[in-house]
Design a protein. Structure first.
Length: 175
């Protein structure tokens, strides 16, 4: 066997072991910011304690698991992708990588996370809309001002948009 043939064979074996062979038709991202604001306007941001949509992390549903690539759910994030990723606050970058062309929603992401999402309750019974506090959903595209959005679970995630969910005194809006 010549050195060239041997080199080609070794190259093919290395490539085959590295390349999963899975292709995708969607490869984008969006951002999620979840803010909890108290009566004194102190804000804390919700950052997941482990990966969402990745084996070993939260995968509360397998509804679209076969759409994902490399064993991941098509919507996923990790704590390392959360924080001050854009210089504008504590955001989580949500990766959307899918073998299927589909309009994934904010509800799809929260289902794989396994936590409730909606204007009456998001995350847990500790954060229920009442006479003092309420949930607000706002979206921003390409740096535009935040605007109110009532789509919640049916909101289709758009490339590079920021979705803001805020639990705050009822006097605050999307400003």
């Amino acid at each position: 066997m010549t050195p060239v043939v041997l080199g080609v064979i070794v190259g093919v074996v290395i490539y085959a072991s590295w390349y999963s062979g899975e292709t995708y038709v969607v490869n984008t991202h969006t951002y999620l910011m979840v803010a909890i604001v108290d009566q004194k306007s102190n804000t804390r941001y919700v950052i997941p304690d482990k990966a969402i949509g990745i084996p070993g992390g939260y995968i509360a549903t397998t509804q679209y698991l076969s759409d994902g690539v490399n064993g991941n759910y098509p919507l996923w994030t990790t704590p390392s992708l959360c924080g001050n990723v854009t210089g504008t606050g504590d955001l989580c970058l949500i990766r959307i990588v899918s073998k299927v062309q589909r309009s994934y929603t904010l509800g799809d992401f929260f289902k794989v996370w396994g936590v409730p999402l909606g204007p009456a309750e998001t995350f847990s019974p500790s954060f229920i809309t009442n006479s003092t506090f309420s949930w607000t959903m706002c979206t921003s595209n390409s740096g535009s001002p935040y605007v109110p959005n009532d789509d919640w679970g049916s909101h289709v995630l758009v490339s590079t948009e920021v979705v803001l969910l805020a639990y705050s005194p009822t006097t605050l809006g999307c400003a």
